[in-house]
Design a binder for this molecule. Sequence first.
Ligand code: PMP
Length: 344
Amino acid sequence: MDIPVLHRLALNESPYPPLPSVRKAMRRAVAQANRYPQFHPDLLTERIADWCGVAPDRVAVGSGSVGVALQLLQAVVRRGDTVAYAWRTFDAYPLLTTMVGAQPVPVPLLPDGRQDLAALLAVLDGRARVVVLCNPHNPTGSLITADALSAFLRQVPEHVTVLLDEAYIEFARDTDLPDSPALLGAQPNLLVLRTFSKAYGLAALRVGYGLGSPDLVARIRRQQLPFGINAVATAAVEASLRADDELRRRVDTVVAERERLRCELLGLGLHIRPSHANSLWLTAPDPIEACAAALTADGVAARYYPGEGIRLTVGSRAANDAVLAALAGVGRGANPVRRLAARS
Ligand code: PMP
């Protein structure tokens, strides 16, 4: 018998539905759905640029940050080039790489879940065109510090574009956090990738953006589908920017829940490293197969990579409590497979 999913913690989504003010803006836009959105999303681009404190010619908007990443690859990669990234990472990177006819170069993570910056630099030969860094990292939640990022950028060859994926940056609280927009002036081959899908809770609406040099941004914009950003999504993003303070408080709650969840899981005897994203990473020496079975049995959907780990999104308090209840037996050494059998 299939066990119903009670808590969706597999996709690093926000546990919160859109704010009432955001829903109202969306309803207004729905009422005018017979009209096209802008041919190019110029007004939205200006709003985002203003909010980020950069010039509009440094901002490219796309269909989710994954859409902007594809536009970047389409703009800079030629068939036969290589795209390097730490692996495991966000599943889209190998897909996007092959979509543009490039060759993926996955570089294993360090044993502690950090991206191996030295090994990534070492694969950047003459064929390399893009290197992806994910900060904080999906799925491990590890962070590249400001110093480590600066050292990396100093050593990257000029012909390689650095795609710095900051989809989870709003959840990072570390004092060593890079101020990546401030690096753009000195780094024409850097694109900082951000999204409204995670901290801003608009995953279904597909709006992301990249910050880069005017030259790189112009090349990315040339790959933009005309009428490609829909009007309801545009209205929702504009309303979310107006409600920034309220949305930031939601992010603070998720961060507090992340810390509570980790602390309680450590108390259960699991070994979970600090995370800077909206997820926790369960891996060896913890019994991940048993943990995955226990979560499934209790109706918690998490992202399970057999043999590697489990990425567990930080959810609502109730969802996190369900995780703790599910893993209590495993952490204390009980056999969840037996619990599973007892239920069926
Ligand atoms: N980057 C990373 C690291 C992600 O984990 C995700 C989504 N899981 C994305 C980008 C894509 O986000 P979106 O396209 O919704 O902006």
